[in-house]
Design a protein around this ligand. Sequence first.
Ligand code: HEM
Length: 365
Amino acid sequence: MQKNTTPCYYGDYLQLEKLLTAQAPESAKYAAEAHDETLFIIVHQVYELWFKQILHELKAVMAEFAHAEVKDEQLTGIVHKLKRIITIQKLLNTQIGVIETMTPQDFMSFRDYLVPASGFQSVQFKMLEIGLGLKSGFRIDFDKNSFYSRLNVKDQDFLKHLEDEPSLFERIEKWLERMPFLQLNNFSFWQMYQQATDTMLADDKATVQGIEQIAEHEREMQLKEIERTAEKFAALLDADKYQQLQQDGTFRLSQKAMLSALFITLYQEEPMFNLPFQLLTCLTEIDENLTIWRYKHAMMVQRMLGTKIGTGGSSGHDYLKRTTEKNRIYTDLFNMATFLLPKSDLPALPKEIKRGLGFYFAGQE
Ligand code: HEM
């Protein structure tokens, strides 16, 4: 490594002069400066800096998935970066507590000066959502156009262009689809899986039918629940049924990708699936942390505004609460548990299959 030729100075390196003079309370322009407005500005700025770091990691991860082949050393780097995103998100979720030290009345002393600025205009937050896979078609109805109409033309064009790029969700889907299917040397994994699930569901049914202590209507309800689960299992292995459930929003991943993700999850302890499983777990955690942030932000907004509308014109708390339920991305990975079997019931993988599956998945786009 080459030695530096000019001495580095802490404040210059971090451009502190720029950073520490970038807090200009609006209230000071109209009346006595509201004390808490500095806190409000700094908290938002810190969030935006961390969003920048998350996007930096996400961009690097997406670049790795753009390759037709993702090698094991690349997967190690990807998982490392995703874990960094998760650690930052945990910090962001805790940071809500700092803004909550401001009382609703202190907020009222400067809030009206901020109209019509709003979190809707955080381009980096929208980049994060879109980059992870929350494109317009998957947002709650109000959200499909709401934030676009609050942005200037330059930001609108930028984000609309981003919607046309493949998101992390789509790249992961392609990567999962490239996994070789287990139809090698006359061993059909999915046939054996189906037999194992049929046995499991039949056992569940027999157990419910055999319980003496429950009322008849309860028994019927439980049997119906088992039937519903059986339908989902059946759809998993039937292209037409799967497509129907994809259309009604039950599944978002393609059937092929879903089966690969399930296979990785079922055999997570196999060394070759360790990193892919960690990767899927990271995506689940990122989605969960984003949802926790949405929820904490929505609760904080209710404390600050009650049922008042937001400066961006949404219904405020009510709108934000709905995004926690609907603006989710990796729900397929959350729902994967529906299709898991106890380890003891899993078909054992023949030796040649274990050998045949590489540590990473190569293939065609
Ligand atoms: C007193 C504190 C805060 C209040 C009262 C508040 C209020 C709101 C409201 C009402 C909305 C909905 C859009 C609208 O109608 O304006 C919103 C959206 C948003 N806020 Fe905040 N907010 C606060 C603090 C923060 C902080 C600290 C951040 C950190 C970056 C933030 C980021 C966002 C983002 C990204 C959105 C868009 C969410 C989405 O579209 O799903 N807010 N905020």
